[in-house]
Design a protein around this ligand. Structure first.
Ligand code: ADP
Ligand code: ADP
Length: 237
């Protein structure tokens, strides 16, 4: 069974100004992400990638169509149940979205605190995550004392804190230099292989897809114009 399945999903935003047509951000998208996939979604700016991520994470409602996460239809789910779905999905972002007033330790602990974990559970889990991302010696530092790559490693640790099955990476390496990008992608590969976490990677960079993704959907104008194994989609006959 697919971990994420979209069927004929559309998302329309109201017209930005009077007289203008509504904005069709997602236009009839169907795609399936299987457990264990590293699924790339590539497209130019405005293609609809970020909107797709917000729909899967139930941060915004779809206009029509069906979205199943782990076999459960989320488009008709009440808000209190959606909170449970969101807890099972980790997210990392281009600008890292760390709490600048919290230490590295407290950033990683945050989702566990929200989820109501005990102090001893939190301490053990944060220590394990710090070790996994190689930042044990930075526990007491603040985000502005870290490099971009280190910040994203904190972002990854925080996203994994509640042991989600799915990680959504929205342009997660776009603010990083090529070398740091490869380090972060290598860490994401370990997240996929060692923990079996399914990853959806949103990017406008072909290199990122070729480094990490096994499957890819190419988006343009809110549509998926091509999808399949990375090798098949990007090999030139
Ligand atoms: P991408 O992530 O591929 O750059 P987006 O999903 O951000 O694409 O945007 C897809 C389209 O939807 C764009 O035309 C964008 O302007 C529009 N859009 C995105 N979010 C909103 C919003 N909240 N309100 C109105 N239009 C939006
Ligand atoms: P504040 O937000 O008040 O500046 P911190 O961000 O340093 O405090 O830490 C927030 C919480 O995390 C505090 O309860 C603190 O005791 C705990 N904490 C911070 N670092 C560690 C650590 N290395 N081991 C265990 N607990 C920690």
């Amino acid at each position: 069974m697919a971990l994420v399945a979209l069927r004929n999903v559309t998302k329309t935003y109201p017209a930005p100004e009077k007289g203008a047509p509504p904005v069709v951000a997602i236009d009839g998208v169907t795609l399936e992400v299987e457990p264990g996939d590293v699924y790339g979604i590539i497209g130019y700016s405005g293609a609809g990638k970020s909107t797709l991520v917000r729909l899967v994470n139930a941060l915004e409602p779809a206009t029509s169509g069906s979205i199943e996460v782990d076999g459960r239809e989320i488009t008709t789910m009440p808000e209190r149940e959606l909170r449970g779905i969101r807890l099972g999905i980790g997210m990392i972002f281009q600008q890292f979205n760390l709490f600048n007033s919290k230490t590295v330790w407290a950033n990683i602990a945050y989702p566990l605190t929200v989820a109501g974990a005990s102090k001893s559970e939190i301490a053990a889990r944060v220590a394990e995550l710090l070790e996994f991302v190689g930042l044990t010696d930075k526990a007491k530092n603040y985000p502005d004392q870290l490099s971009g790559g280190q910040k994203q490693r904190v972002g990854i640790a925080r996203a994994l804190a509640t042991s989600p099955r799915l990680l959504l990476a929205d342009e997660a390496t776009s603010a990083l230099d090529p070398e740091t990008t490869q380090e972060v992608l290598a860490l994401l590969k370990r997240v996929n292989r060692e923990f079996g976490v399914t990853i959806i990677v949103i990017t406008h960079e072909m290199d990122v897809i070729q480094s990490i993704a096994t499957k890819v959907a190419v988006m343009d104008g809110g549509r998926v114009i091509e999808h399949g194994d990375v090798f098949d989609v990007f090999s030139n006959p």
